[in-house]
Design a protein around this ligand. Structure first.
Ligand code: NAD
Length: 294
């Protein structure tokens, strides 16, 4: 892969910061400019050698860059695309790491010049931590990264973005944006909403002597880890993939209703069937895909 001369990372948090660190470690990038809103976070990014320089000025930052990476919350896309549209060079490739792909592509289509080379991407990797301080260079190793080009996406730009993710150790898959959003609603967005809901349901219990969290142990911690994720980020993701997320909430509600019916009718067979099929599916998933997950 030809090295990237000048990469601009808009949003130098967990994802943008980790991509920069990984590309630097692999020797694939000459210069990285960080763009963001928080001075403290950008100074930290410089201190941690995530970026070589930084600015708050998005429009100026992208002048002459050959790669622009958006790693900002989904609701920032419109303002970021408007700001970068002015000074993008004709050969620059723009990509992103956002968690919902139809909304990203719609925003790019309506706000970037027609000649722009935007390739939508989503690394399936992350933690519940935010900010430059949470970034680490191994985050994308042996992880999947999904690219969602459509008929208007420049094939050479797609190849280039694929090379970049492969250079940081990811396996790259291409799929239609709608398909991406449907699957991710099921395996990522629904679990986050369920974790937030479960913690809320539990925190409202308790009596004068005890609160329920006093009795929570490893199972509660494992189930609810992702409820420590950024509330703003998850608000944005849920809103940007609303219809698919609502369908998944309906599916979960159906499952919960099934469990409630089985309990109320003392139907141990039904309960066993629910639990057994779930255990089998999870064990198989872990065996096939989950071994390298941290
Ligand atoms: P983060 O909070 O760690 O970093 C986001 C950064 O964007 C912050 O530094 C913030 O200051 C900056 N920012 C916010 N609004 C901005 C604006 N208008 N202009 C410029 N900078 C702005 O978040 P993250 O976890 O790195 O997530 C970034 C993107 O990656 C999100 O779109 C998210 O959906 C996606 N993503 C996250 C994960 C995950 O597990 N955290 C995984 C895959 C993809």
């Amino acid at each position: 892969m030809n090295p990237i001369q000048h990469m601009v990372v808009i949003g130098t948090g967990l994802i943008g910061g980790s991509l920069s660190l990984a590309l630097k470690k692999a020797g694939r990038v000459e210069r990285v400019t960080g763009v963001g809103r928080s001075r403290a976070n950008l100074e930290l990014a410089k201190e941690l050698n995530i970026v070589d320089d930084w600015t708050h000025d998005i429009t100026e930052a992208v002048r002459g860059a050959d790669l622009v990476v958006l790693a900002v919350p989904m609701t920032a896309y419109e303002s970021v695309f408007k700001a970068i549209a002015v000074n993008l060079s004709a050969t620059a490739i723009i990509t992103d790491a956002g968690s919902t792909k139809q909304s990203a592509m719609n925003a790019a289509r309506s706000l970037l010049p027609d000649s722009s080379q935007f390739v939508a991407g989503h690394p399936i990797a992350g933690t519940e931590q935010s900010g430059a301080g949470a970034a680490f260079s191994e985050l994308f190793e042996e992880r999947l990264c999904i690219l969602t080009p459509d008929e208007d996406t420049n094939p050479e730009a797609v190849e280039r973005v694929q090379e970049i993710w492969q250079a940081v150790g990811s396996r790259v898959m291409r799929m239609a944006p709608v398909e991406h959003d449907d699957f991710l609603a099921a395996v990522s967005h629904l679990p986050h909403l369920a974790a937030f809901a479960l913690v809320n349901a539990v925190r409202k219990q308790g009596n004068e002597e005890h609160e329920p969290f006093e009795f929570a142990a490893g199972g509660f911690r494992d189930f609810t880890r992702i409820a420590s994720s950024s509330p703003q980020m998850w608000r944005d993701i849920a809103l940007c993939n609303r219809d698919a997320v609502v369908r998944q909430l309906d599916a979960l509600q159906d499952e919960l209703s099934g469990l409630k019916d089985a309990l109320q009718s003392d139907d141990g067979e039904q309960l066993l069937e629910h639990f057994t099929s779930a255990k089998q599916a999870r064990d198989e998933w872990l065996e096939t895909y989950g071994k390298s997950l941290i």
